[in-house]
Write a protein that binds this ligand. Structure first.
Ligand code: ADP
Ligand code: ZN
Length: 752
């Protein structure tokens, strides 16, 4: 009987394929990479289990063709990915209805699926070391036999303990031929050595590995109580989930850190997930100061090389703690005792391309399999998480006060209907916000101004024909970016020169509607000349390192007012910020999404929570045309409980998550008619299969055209995700041409 293995290949939506292990080849382990023929190509895949040599039968992984083909090469005698990570990826593929190869690709470090060899991707350097014969040559007075250059090089090497990189010698003026000649004479050796690319190369503080800074001060009584509860859970060494519900500024980071210390001291490892490291370097810094070399960082802002090196350090078991973004949930860490998901409500945990996984859900599954504690932390928990906590499935640990009993910010709502009546319809900064800003600056304090829309104007409108300028690829208006002199699509990144006449009627009277961060920046600069103003949004932080450096300048006080999108609402901790202004609380309410109120509540609560984190109390001023909206009202009182209750009434009445589960299927087509027809066909098939769930649609998607493709949508709603997934899979497998045009999103976070 030939040995047959199942191999996941990096091709979308393809199941694992069976291949025969040829005679004489050692059977590759699960998690090992192999080279396999696929059609006429050869690709690198990953062994995920036993295959089936009977192509016709069985329910397991299917054979790619009737004839089983042979593996061409086995790249790893030992598993490249640990078995538990392979199984986690297979769970992701199953749960999120994607191919195992796509899920595994998310778990692999950069370069792992590239050509071959486990050494691929490491950075190597050549190191020159003096030999004993070299030392002898220096001291033996055989000067005549050493040229002056050779002697100088040997002297340099004799003073360097563990040799010197060849590149360094070259910089010091030692020619390559000199080194070659010394090596030929046996006076030096030249070896390749692996160097770790340093992910902290641009950071200023040195890791100390000591207990200085965070973690050294006394925990507050609330922190202590929270810690006691969490430590007790961790010590059970069994799967548990806890929600750390701590208001903004309650000191959650300190709790994670102390908890992590205990887990590491007990010989287990820790995974800490954060939303976006470039925006919130503070958590990384805290852990790095505490754990020094024993912490690894994983996020997409690192160069592929640095990420690769960090991954291998984790894989070799050299670190106790991994801090990273979404994809770090797959970090090859064993003996896991604790998984922390900081700011668990953050939408960046959801990957919006295949595999469309939610890192919070994957983290919980990972903790379950490892018998570890998962801690989800937030001041504004997702409805899903709080729902579980309410029903007792998650342990809820509360920190209701800020550290040192600092007050939460005072929030004032400005009714923009009244402002517009008094000051004109195009008012942007209300009088209360303008006055507060003036006072803040006069006192030498700092302000954050939020508007969750970038660009100068939301749209360009023709006064003659009344049409707005649309993206050529998407059914959305183009945003005006004035300084760049361009119009841009925020969905597909299309960019064009700012037109002077209308594209439809050639009329010359173009006007702008709505405003974005660029406009706010300009208005504030005009009103407060000489004040340091900067903007923090995707446009200004696109360059690697730009985000952290802007934040650092704001922290140092070189910037007084920081205007930005939701990026300024992340976990930042700026003690001198006493004023937070929200130019329009309504931006997020206008979105066609059942989570619009939840998003708005979270954003407002979080951004207001940036004020008054130091010695002086803070104020937030929120402008809105719907000041009576419950999302805004509760955010202004920082009242999570009442918001949750009201939002749950709505979700229950309209049958939305977390009351039940949802799957979104987007059908793409060459025309909207095509897309709607195909979606209708799919909906019909699902309806005949459906007993356990509801099928809604087809409907035109909120963004009916995206990147040149027309889009129709179907929602499945029900309690049984498995039933929904398998019905979808069966319908798509039966219509493979349709399958390629459908995007399946399980537990969708964005419905556009
Ligand atoms: P959160 O994430 O809950 O909003 P942070 O973890 O950012 O809060 O902490 C808020 C601020 O309080 C930070 O400046 C932090 O350094 C400080 N802090 C936290 N715990 C303590 C403590 N026990 N004593 C003094 N300051 C603390
Ligand atoms: Zn577009």
């Amino acid at each position: 009987m030939p040995v047959v293995v199942a191999v996941a290949v990096p091709v979308p939506a393809l199941p694992a394929l069976s291949y025969r292990v040829p005679d004489g080849m050692q059977v590759p382990p699960v998690g090992g990479r192999v080279r396999v023929p696929l059609g006429r190509r050869v690709v690198t895949g990953c062994v995920v289990g036993d295959g089936e040599d009977d192509a016709g039968g069985g329910s397991g992984p299917r054979a790619g063709s009737v004839e089983l083909r042979d593996l061409l090469e086995s790249l790893d005698p030992e598993p490249y990915l640990p078995g538990d990570v392979v199984h986690l990826a297979l769970w992701v593929a199953e749960y999120y209805a994607c191919g195992p190869g796509e899920a595994l690709a998310a778990a692999m470090p950069p370069l792992a699926f590239s050509r071959s060899g486990s050494g691929a991707g490491f950075r190597m350097e050549r190191v020159v070391r003096i030999t004993l014969a070299g030392h002898d040559a220096l001291v033996a007075g055989t000067a005549g036999r050493l040229g002056p250059r050779q002697r100088a090089a040997l002297q340099r090497l004799a003073g360097a303990g563990d040799g010197l990189p060849a590149a360094r010698l070259r910089e010091d003026g030692v020619a390559a031929q000199t080194v070659a000649r010394l090596r030929d004479r046996g006076l030096v050796t030249v070896d390749a050595r692996r160097v770790e690319r340093d992910p902290f190369a641009s950071a200023d503080a040195e890791p100390t590995g000591s207990a200085s800074g965070a973690g050294a001060r006394e925990p507050t009584p609330e922190q202590r109580t929270a810690l006691e509860a969490l430590v007790a859970l961790a010590e059970e060494r069994a799967f548990r989930v806890a929600l750390l519900h701590g208001v903004t500024g309650s000191g959650k980071t300190e709790v994670y850190l102390r908890l992590a210390r205990g887990v590491v001291a007990a010989g287990r490892r820790v995974l800490v997930l954060v939303p976006e490291i470039a925006l919130t370097p503070a958590v990384v810094e805290t852990f790095r100061r505490a754990f020094g070399d024993r912490v690894a960082i994983q996020h997409s802002g690192l160069s592929p090389g640095a990420r690769h090196d960090q991954w291998h350090r984790i894989r070799r078991g050299e670190v106790a703690v991994v801090v990273g973004t979404r994809s770090a949930v797959f970090a090859p860490l064993d003996a896991l005792g604790l998984v922390v998901v900081d700011e668990e409500h953050d939408t960046s945990y959801k990957q919006e391309e295949s595999p469309r996984y939610h890192a919070r859900s994957v983290a919980i599954v990972r903790a379950q399999r490892a018998g570890a504690l998962a801690v989800l932390g937030s001041a504004t928990p997702s409805l899903e998480t709080f729902h579980h906590a309410r029903r007792g499935r998650y342990r809820c640990v509360v920190m209701a006060e800020r550290v040192h009993r600092r007050p939460l910010p005072e929030v004032q709502v400005v009714d923009m209907r009244a402002e517009a009546a008094a000051a004109g319809a195009d008012v942007v900064l209300s009088r209360p916000l303008g006055d507060a800003l003036e006072g803040t600056l006069a006192r030498g304090e700092q302000a954050l101004i939020l508007l969750n829309r970038r660009g100068f104007a939301a749209a360009v409108l023709c006064r003659q024909c009344g049409r707005t300028l649309e993206c050529p690829n998407c059914s959305v208006s183009l945003t005006l970016h004035r300084r760049a002199g361009r119009v841009r699509c925020h969905y597909c990144n299309y960019s064009g020169a700012r037109p002077s006449t209308c594209a439809h009627c050639a009329g010359p009277y173009l006007d702008t509607v709505g405003f974005g961060t660029e406009r706010i920046e300009a208005d504030v600069a005009e009103r407060f000349p000489g004040v340091g103003i900067a903007r923090f949004d995707r446009d200004t932080v696109r360059r690697r390192g730009a985000g952290p450096s802007l934040l650092a300048r704001f922290r140092e006080g070189a910037i007084d007012v920081l205007v930005g999108t939701q990026m300024i609402a992340k976990g930042h901790d700026f003690p001198n910020v006493t004023l937070v202004g929200v130019v329009s609380a309504d931006v997020g309410l206008q979105v066609a999404d059942f989570r619009a109120a939840e998003r708005t509540f979270q954003l407002l609560t979080q951004v207001a929570g940036r004020a008054g984190r130091g010695d002086r109390p803070g104020t937030a001023i929120v402008q809105s045309f719907h000041p009576e909206h419950y999302g805004i009202v509760h955010a202004c009182r920082q009242a999570y409980g009442p918001f949750f209750d009201e939002e749950m009434r709505y979700r229950t009445a309209l049958r939305y998550p977390p009351v039940l589960s949802m799957v979104n299927a987007v059908v793409r087509g060459r025309s909207l008619t095509d897309a709607m027809r195909d979606a209708g066909r799919l909906a019909g098939e699902l309806r005949t299969a459906a007993a356990a769930f509801q099928v809604l649609g087809p409907a035109v998607a909120p963004i009916s055209r995206l990147r040149g493709q027309h889009r129709a949508q179907i929602f499945l709603k029900g309690r049984n995700r498995r039933a929904m997934r398998s019905a979808l899979r069966a319908a798509l497998d039966a219509n493979p041409d349709l399958g390629r045009r459908v995007i399946v999103d399980v537990d969708p976070v964005s419905l556009l």
